[in-house]
Design a protein around this ligand. Structure first.
Ligand SMILES: [Zn+2]
Length: 461
């Protein structure tokens, strides 16, 4: 059979493994710790290294954009209107390395042992950023990229992406694409390369129950005034039913029911409820009836009290009726739940369930919607095919229970879905001593991404 351009791309990656390993080690040697001001120059150096390596890879327009914080590195291929456009996001900053004494090697002297690369940033995220870069280069070398590619690499992810949202808003037209791809997450488990297609959103509020004008003597007033701590306990108790379901009218109105296909995909994943329970050392798991643990944490909304306080909590006794009681509440939302509607529902609930004799103040906080890429999106199918052709195993479909703010911006500001296609493993010590990246997944990840560009180009997203 004649060699196809995809064969050439894969051959290029396979025949340059030694060079690519040496280069990613150069990149990892730069201590681009964003949290520490003494590394400011190193962060800038990592940005220049990346921009100049993008130029070498055939992205001559690569540039470094200043922000009020650390710079953003952007680049793009020539844009052909008949091809789908993909925005690849990653970050070149890393976490601090303390405690250094817990590392087996210098965190900034990348070391390979048993085909595992040890260094700060190996898997989170410089290793995966470089993996994306060489996958693109494999196509650029033959001038045959099947998709239009745009790169957006930031240097502030580990300090909360402070200036990225603003940058995205200011560069909407330039960053516009059909799809975003991020390689900054782990696979499900070793041997389970995964496509993560959904993240939960968030809504928060704080409530304060006010009773008497100040703490009162419980011997003089106890029994004659409503105790705000009791009133708050009553309110909080009313938020769930005994089976763990949120008991707030309208809370589930915008929740998409879980499809059979999704539930089946989750069920196929290796997961032990017993191990999960042992991991958190809790006497029993508890949650909404009718759903498995993975469904509860990935695809069902929750309402949690994160903190509550009232009255006297010091040593010994203080016989008072407290003046007030407080609680912080957050909800994890599933895609299509509007954070404002959820906060409206919870606010209406607490107001209508308030016992007599106290008043209530509700302070609404931040909200961000969840995000989801429909399973029948052509990009999802293309990613599945790419994983299967490189790993020779079925691709896993997973969601995550947390949020990734940049994904919300891609959805809300740039109006595009995101695929999280990460090749790290869950136990590769991100943010911890001895961070590492299995080289097999570094190489195969690059091959999978190169293959994905072919299939996406064919699919005409
Ligand atoms: Zn990361």
């Amino acid at each position: 059979m004649p060699e196809t351009p995809l064969d050439h791309a894969l051959t290029y990656l396979k025949s340059h493994r030694t060079e690519h390993l040496a280069e990613v080690q150069d990149f990892l040697r730069i201590p681009s710790v964003s949290a520490l001001s003494q590394h400011k120059a190193d962060v800038a150096q990592a940005a220049s290294w990346l921009a100049s390596r993008l130029k070498d890879a055939g992205f001559e327009n690569a540039r470094i954009d200043a922000t009020p914080g650390n710079p953003v590195v952007v680049a793009s291929s020539a844009i052909r209107p008949d091809r789908p456009t993909v925005l690849v996001y990653g970050h070149y900053d890393v976490q601090p390395v303390d405690p250094v004494s817990s590392w087996n090697h210098d965190p900034f002297e990348p070391t390979v042992e048993n085909n595992i690369l040890y260094a700060r940033g190996a898997s989170d995220d410089k290793g995966q950023v470089f993996m994306q870069l060489i996958a693109a280069e494999a196509w650029q070398k033959q001038n045959a990229l099947p998709v239009n590619l745009k790169f957006l690499f930031e240097g502030e992810e580990e300090i909360g992406s402070v200036h990225l949202s603003q940058y995205i808003r200011e560069h909407q037209a330039e960053l516009a694409a059909d799809l975003a791809v991020i390689s900054d997450t782990p696979m499900y488990a070793e041997g389970y390369p995964a496509i993560c297609y959904g993240l939960r959103g968030m809504a928060s509020m704080e409530i304060a129950v006010q009773g008497p004008y100040q703490d009162l003597h419980s011997g003089v007033y106890g029994g004659a005034v409503m105790n705000p701590a009791h009133a708050l306990a009553h309110l909080i108790d009313s938020l769930h039913d005994a089976s763990g379901r949120v008991n707030v009218a309208g809370f589930y109105d915008e929740v998409d029911p879980l499809g059979d296909e999704e539930r089946e995909a989750f069920r196929r994943l290796p997961f032990s409820e017993k191990q999960y329970q042992e991991g958190v050392r809790t006497p029993a798991l508890f949650g909404e009836e009718g759903y498995t643990v993975l469904e509860r944490i990935w695809a069902r909304p929750t309402l949690e009290v994160n903190g509550m306080w009232s009255g006297f909590t010091g040593e010994g006794q203080k016989t008072i009726v407290p003046a007030s009681a407080h609680a912080k509440i957050t909800c994890r939302l599933v895609p299509h739940q509007d954070p404002r509607h959820v906060l409206d529902a919870v606010e209406a609930h607490v107001k209508s369930h308030l016992p007599p004799g106290v008043t209530l103040t509700v302070k609404r906080g931040e909200g961000a919607p969840g995000s989801i890429t429909p399973l029948d999106h052509p990009a999802v199918k293309a990613a599945e095919k790419a994983i299967e052709s490189v790993y020779h195993t079925e691709a896993s479909y997973i969601r995550m229970g947390g949020s990734i703010p940049v994904v919300v911006d891609f959805q809300e500001v740039l109006h595009m879905p995101t695929l999280l296609l990460g090749f790290a493993l869950p136990d590769e010590n991100f943010h911890a001593p001895n961070e590492h990246f299995h080289l097999e997944n570094f190489y195969r990840g690059a091959e999978t991404v190169a293959t994905l560009w072919q299939y996406l180009g064919d699919a005409h997203v």
